[in-house]
Write a protein that binds this ligand. Sequence first.
Ligand SMILES: [Zn+2]
Ligand SMILES: [Zn+2]
Length: 139
Amino acid sequence: MTGETLRGSCLCGEVTYEVHAPFLRFAHCHCARCCKATGSAHATNLYVPPGQFSWTSGTDSVVRFDLPSAKSFATTFCGRCGSPLPHHTRSGREIVVPAGSLDDEPSLRPRGRIFWDSRRSWTCPDDRLPRHSEYADWW
Ligand SMILES: [Zn+2]
Ligand SMILES: [Zn+2]
């Protein structure tokens, strides 16, 4: 998996980026904030060290929102089409990549579902992935 490079972009194509393996984590998050930020039943994020991420176009259109009431929750999106884009955590230690913005197929698969206890009642039916009421022990 080392050496794997994945390309990603927003819906309108203005913003593009690249991330390089090895990746830190890949998981579905069912917390209420991720539901709001994605408009969906969960977020699916890939985590990478900051040195393995770079914008390849459209950085002027990247808009970041740090949720004031949260310790670290943030979201980033294209100012033109509004679709979610990667962002660094407030600690700066990791980049959170919304997996749906990837254009290439990652060889890694999600490892689990976190914040399962906060899930919407209408979320997708459960699969065989391990569920964690909040963070997983491998987080
Ligand atoms: Zn866009
Ligand atoms: Zn979440």
